[in-house]
Design a protein around this ligand. Structure first.
Ligand code: TMP
Length: 207
């Protein structure tokens, strides 16, 4: 549909998203591919305000449905204000998380029905789906260790191990169900090996 590709990067906490997104950005720049890099929840001024609300540790009373709806409210703003115009102008879009995170966190983590999420996905996105999704995968305990080393934690990062196990399982389930879209990159090994896997994926996507 668009000339540029819509690539989303997913992963559980501590899976090395920031470093690996930088690597993907450098790869695209080296190929002279025009792109924008953004994130969810967030990416536009209004959606970033919704992000603040969602991550704020003070919001202990936020109920699960409201959390899900806020994710999709932010997504709607993000799509209309930033993602779709960028794709229409021929740019690639790299998004740090997208709707798979709602299936994994609100579906798997919080236990909301996947059917409800699918309805919102259809409403907010119509037929728009990412062209490719890179899933950065790491065993949960290792990821949580990395998060603890970083220091301060947000409203999601304060959850318990079981929550993150369900998230990882949900991501792997999504990958199994959508093998043509998902590319799993194991971020446990040394950085050189992680980069090697990412180059293989990006070579395929830019071929
Ligand atoms: P980040 O830490 O990767 O920037 O993401 C912010 C948090 O938001 C992270 O804990 C995952 C969570 N999240 C959801 O729960 N559902 C969603 O749909 C998205 C996009 C993020």
């Amino acid at each position: 549909m668009f000339k540029g590709k819509f690539i989303t990067i997913e992963g559980s906490e501590g899976s090395g998203k920031s470093t690996n997104i930088r690597f993907v950005q450098d790869y695209l720049s080296s190929k002279n591919i025009e792109f924008i890099s953004t994130r969810e929840p967030g990416g536009t001024p209004v959606a970033e305000k919704i992000r603040d609300l969602l991550l704020d540790n003070a919001n202990t009373s936020l109920c699960d449905d409201a959390e899900l709806l806020l994710m999709f409210a932010a997504r709607s703003q993000h799509l209309n204000e930033l993602i779709i115009p960028a794709l229409e102008s021929g740019k690639w879009v790299i998004s740090d998380r997208f709707t798979d995170a709602s299936y994994a966190y609100q579906g798997g983590g919080r236990g909301l029905s996947w059917q409800k999420i699918a309805q919102l996905e259809q409403w907010v996105q119509g037929s728009l789906r990412p062209d490719a999704t890179i899933l950065l995968d790491i065993p949960v305990e290792l990821g949580m260790e990395r998060v603890r080393e970083r220091g301060e934690t947000d409203r999601f990062e304060q959850e318990q191990l079981g929550f993150f196990n369900r998230i990882r399982e949900s991501y792997l389930k999504l990958a199994r169900e959508n093998p043509e879209r998902f590319h799993i990159v194991n971020t446990q090994p040394a950085i050189e090996y992680v980069h090697k896997q990412l180059i293989q994926v990006m070579d395929k996507l830019t071929a």
